[in-house]
Design a protein around this ligand. Structure first.
Ligand code: MTE
Length: 327
């Protein structure tokens, strides 16, 4: 394909990953939280006098609360603290709005009014849902999940949404349906992407699962986070959350769900199948071609962006729910 021999600017620079040597040196003398230079690139969070950018950031997170919310008893706890909302809300990946982590402001251009989600393909009851109908049709619950990015950073996030299998039950996949493709919003006037290679990235962003993965208890559609509607930078108004897979499998701002016979082409896998495989289960024993996946930088508390180095767990700690899918 045309882009294969071009420079690959989407490859994150090495300083976004902790090189193993740095990590091991650090580990030998640092206990607990490690604050690093990324903190300097975030909005300094102050208690008293807020900067204009901090006020603007907080406004993007100040969204309607989801009423009568209950936390799922099964998925209410992980052995780590929930990441501070203001950190999760300003350290994002959303390539449609740029290739840095700081897309929260650009992402506010996403037009979420009158959002529709088309559910189509090999199903008995294809339907285009209005987002408000979706939110009313499927009971919403809060689930606290670990989140592990392929770039070796992680968070714990309190999502609000409904299990994917609830949507499957409503549309009734036909027996020929073996895969599901999820497509993100794309409009080249709005989602202008990283400026440097516009034109040859395989937009729109797409992700895919097997039908068995989508039917798994853990597979989730989020419409909210931290008890309120989903901010645009997190992929409003509907995104995928697949906690045993690397974060790139969780497509944001979904407009289409299609049930298919064949495995669909997906965004990162099309760009570089060697670096981003279709399955993308979190696996500490399988290094990324350019860095180890054995550990992760767990981002949790402020005041700046700081992290603790943690061991990465197989299936991100969800093996008891999903390992049997791959045996
Ligand atoms: N979905 C779309 N449409 N575009 C993206 O660039 N990035 C993915 C995933 N979903 C991405 C996307 C990656 S690489 C990660 S790690 C997560 O979104 C980040 O989610 P967050 O910003 O809400 O933490």
């Amino acid at each position: 394909m045309a882009f294969i021999n071009l420079p690959k600017p989407w490859k994150i620079s090495e300083n976004q990953i902790t090189p193993e040597t740095v990590y091991y040196n650090r580990r030998s003398f640092l206990k607990g939280v490690v604050t690093t230079s990324i903190a300097a690139s975030l909005i300094p969070l102050t208690g008293c006098q807020k900067s204009a950018s901090q006020t603007a950031l907080e406004a993007t997170l100040n969204l309607p609360k989801i009423p009568n919310l209950k936390t799922s008893p099964k998925f209410s706890q992980v052995d780590r603290p929930i990441t501070k909302e203001i950190l999760a809300g300003q350290y994002n990946n959303f390539y449609e709005f740029g290739s840095t982590k700081k897309i929260w402001l650009n992402a506010q251009n996403l037009p979420t009014e009158n959002w529709k989600v088309e559910v189509t393909g090999l199903v008995k009851n294809p339907k285009t849902y209005d987002i408000d109908d979706l939110k009313k049709k499927f009971p919403l619950e809060e689930r606290i999940y670990r989140f592990r990015c392929v770039e070796a950073w992680s968070m714990v996030l309190p999502w609000v949404g409904f299990p994917m299998k609830a949507l499957m039950a409503a549309v009734e996949p036909k027996s020929e349906a073996k895969f599901v493709s999820f497509t993100s919003f794309y409009d080249k006037e709005i989602t202008t992407g990283p400026s440097f290679h516009l034109g040859y990235l395989p937009w729109p962003y797409k992700e895919g699962l097997t039908i068995e993965e989508m039917a798994n208890d853990l597979a989730f559609f989020a419409v909210g986070i931290y008890g309120h509607d989903l901010p645009k930078q997190h992929g409003a108004p509907l995104r995928m959350v697949i906690p045993w897979k690397y974060g790139f499998k969780g497509a944001k701002s979904i407009v289409k769900v299609e049930f298919l016979k064949e495995k669909p082409a997906t965004y990162w896998n099309t760009i570089d199948p060697n670096e981003y495989d279709f399955q993308a289960n979190v696996n500490p024993a399988k290094p990324h071609p350019r860095w180890s996946q054995a550990t992760e930088k767990f981002i949790s508390t402020g005041p700046g962006l700081s992290w603790e180095i943690k061991e990465t767990l197989p299936y991100n700690g969800y093996g008891e729910y999903v390992a049997s899918l791959y045996s």
